[in-house]
Design a binder for this molecule. Structure first.
Ligand code: SAH
Length: 290
């Protein structure tokens, strides 16, 4: 069949791969991808044909997949995490415009923002955004502007591609920008090699983040003003339970109703950790194209 699956395999460990991803790989004649990911999944499908390409060969890899599909094969193009999050799915669809009769199916995967969040606790329990610090495909000025806007919006900011051997200054600069709006005590966390051998993590204050041993295999979470440490884990509450009453932002009270699950916002009430919610919502190519 003339088909290419763009498959997100999750962070690494086979336990985090979806059934749909596994089925797509099983249904493919050939599996291609960046060497590291091919190595991760090869043991699961020992009889399959694999085609591994090194970094910086994204166009070549996509064209190879499309050309192979044109010859009547079913091809799986694997990416870590989700294939559409700084992955190959978009490029594959763009290049596929030049091909007739090749079906592209994007199979979602567990992206690092989500798999690493579970390692830290529950850091993205409220509005968050994802920003890549790689300026290989995005001008650095634009990255700075997005960091500024994210900090102004009091989002939890999840940073991909935080550092590489060549881009060592970006994380420090990103922290400086975030510190223009966010408190130095803002709770942050990072996880290295999520779901892989050598997984490591830490929870620290924003003021100390830039000095942490963070590399290109690490994802970083910078909390919002509501983020705190609970039982040693990083948590951004969805809201607050105030004696079983629902207190809504903007001063609306949920008089006497029981707050279920994680509850709603505590409009105008003092928040744990000293944050106030005063009536408003507080609210490669080196690596990325894999
Ligand atoms: N498609 C991937 C993202 C690729 S961009 C996804 O959806 O997760 C590459 C960046 O993703 C890395 O620099 C790192 O910040 C993050 N990342 C991907 N896999 C990771 C893992 N297993 N552990 C830690 N960070 C990871």
């Amino acid at each position: 069949m003339n088909k290419v699956y763009a498959v997100g395999i999750g962070p690494g460990d086979a336990a985090f791969m979806t059934e749909a991803a596994r089925a797509a790989l099983a249904a493919s004649d050939v599996i291609c991808g960046y060497t590291v990911y091919v190595d991760l999944i090869q043991p699961l499908f020992p009889q399959k044909v694999f085609y591994a390409t090194p970094m910086m060969q994204e166009m070549k890899r996509c064209r190879w997949a499309l050309e192979t599909a044109k010859q009547g094969k079913t091809v799986a193009m694997v990416c870590s995490g989700d294939s559409g999050v700084y992955g190959m799915a978009g490029l594959l669809l763009q290049l596929a415009e030049a091909y007739e009769d090749i079906e592209i199916e994007v199979v979602c995967g567990v992206t690092a923002a989500v798999s690493g969040a579970a390692v830290l606790g529950a850091p993205i329990g409220h509005d968050f955004c994802v920003i890549s610090l790689s300026d290989l495909l995005t001008p650095w000025d634009l990255i700075e502007e997005r960091l500024r806007c994210a900090a102004k919006g009091d989002f939890i900011v999840c940073l991909y591609n935080p550092k590489s051997k060549k881009r060592t200054e970006h994380l420090g600069r990103a922290c400086e920008i975030l510190l223009e709006e966010k408190s130095p005590d803002t709770v942050c966390g990072w996880v290295k090699q999520i779901g892989r051998k050598g997984q490591e993590s830490n929870i620290i204050a924003l003021s100390a983040l830039a000095d942490e041993p963070i590399d290109m295999f690490t994802t970083v979470w910078v909390g919002s003003s509501m983020t705190k440490v609970c039982a040693g884990r990083m948590v951004t509450p969805r809201g607050y339970e105030n004696g079983g009453r629902l207190a809504m932002p903007g001063g609306h009270e949920g008089g006497g109703r029981i707050a279920m699950l994680s509850g709603y916002e505590g409009g105008g009430r003092a928040m744990p950790g000293g944050h106030e919610n005063a009536g408003k919502m507080s609210a490669a190519q080196e690596y990325e194209y894999k």
